[in-house]
Design a protein around this ligand. Structure first.
Ligand code: SF4
Length: 321
């Protein structure tokens, strides 16, 4: 049994311009499905506004889903009332994008790390031991140097280490990491991602890693799900998708990566032309068609492609297949 199954998940936000205007919907997540076995990491990739953060928050039930199903450890939690979700809250955690605003500036590192343990009724002596161990695990050593510090006394990288320690101190089974390194200096991103990978594999944590930067996913991901304008356009094993991307949007994201060869450092790479569309009034047919270099005229603008399985576990939504 997979740890997490997400089936045809939809998160639509109603918007109304005036009293007499009809309700319209921002379809931030529109029919996303995937499964995660225990210990697997899924990278969710897409540009800003593709719906990836909404997807992560909906799966954690921080946002109410409009439709579809979320099944965790075999239990359907899609519409379970908040009062009955305590066990799910205790099994899950989130690592936030912004280490500057996600930590309470009035609390010491010690209290920030102790708080989730207090909520779970852990006695003070054990709490202290677990906090010290958590600081050692995220390599904030010696722990005594950090316990009494406030977030403003730490660097961005140290703050994100505290954010990771706080998320993992309760040993969650499932974590959503939402662009955890995008606000950090480029020089420390690889270090933080390697740290996340080592803790994730040490504790067998199942994870969704949300990013706009496909290059950072290589540190963590077993699987990849590419989103465009609320839709999943490609999904499969990370290595297969990177080696042979099928959807023109995935191909464009990979082609836009910097060339690892120093000789080609300044070569201009192709980037997907145009802008992501509005989610309130997305293009008809394939939502990528206004930007697609391979558009099949008369078809792609009218008919929405369904996901098809091209190889075992590798799915794409594109009329070319
Ligand atoms: Fe391009 Fe058509 Fe495929 Fe959409 S369905 S990605 S427009 S070829």
């Amino acid at each position: 049994m997979p740890l997490l199954e997400v089936k045809d998940l939809r998160t639509w936000f109603p918007v109304k311009r005036g009293i007499f205007s009809p309700v319209r919907y921002v379809k931030a997540v529109d029919g996303v499905s995937f499964t995660l076995e225990k210990g697997e990491v899924l990278a969710v990739i897409g540009e800003s506004g593709s719906g990836k953060t909404t997807l992560g928050r909906t799966v954690l039930r921080l946002i109410e889903p409009t439709g579809g199903k979320i099944i965790f450890e075999g239990r359907d939690i899609t519409h379970v009332p908040e009062g009955m979700l305590r066990w799910y809250r205790f099994s899950t955690a989130m690592i936030f994008q912004d280490p500057f605003s996600s930590l309470n500036p009035y609390h010491t590192v010690q209290y920030i790390l102790e708080e989730p343990l207090i909520l779970r009724g852990v006695p003070p002596k054990e709490r202290y031991e677990q906090v010290v161990r958590a600081l050692e695990e995220v390599r904030l050593t010696p722990p005594d140097d950090f316990l009494k510090k406030y977030p403003h006394m730490l660097s961005g990288g140290q703050r994100q280490r505290v954010g990771i320690a706080r998320a993992l101190i309760t040993r969650p089974k499932f974590v959503v990491a939402d662009e955890p390194v995008s606000m950090l200096d480029v020089s420390i991103r690889a270090e933080i991602l390697s740290l996340m990978r080592s803790l994730q594999s040490k504790y067998g944590i199942t994870m969704i890693y949300i990013t706009h930067d496909i290059a950072t996913a290589k540190y963590l991901a077993d699987k990849i799900l590419v989103m465009y304008a609320g839709k999943m356009v490609e999904y499969g094993p990370f290595k297969d998708v990177i080696k042979e991307p099928l959807h023109p949007y995935t191909q464009a994201l990979i082609e836009a990566l910097p060339d690892p060869d120093p000789a080609n450092r300044f070569k201009i790479r192709k980037v997907p032309p145009g802008e992501p569309p509005s989610l309130i009034n997305p293009p008809s047919g394939c939502r990528f068609h206004p930007r697609c270099p391979y558009i099949i005229k008369g078809k792609c603008e009218k008919e929405e492609p369904k996901l098809v399985e091209i190889k075992p576990g590798h799915l794409v939504a594109c009329w070319l297949y």
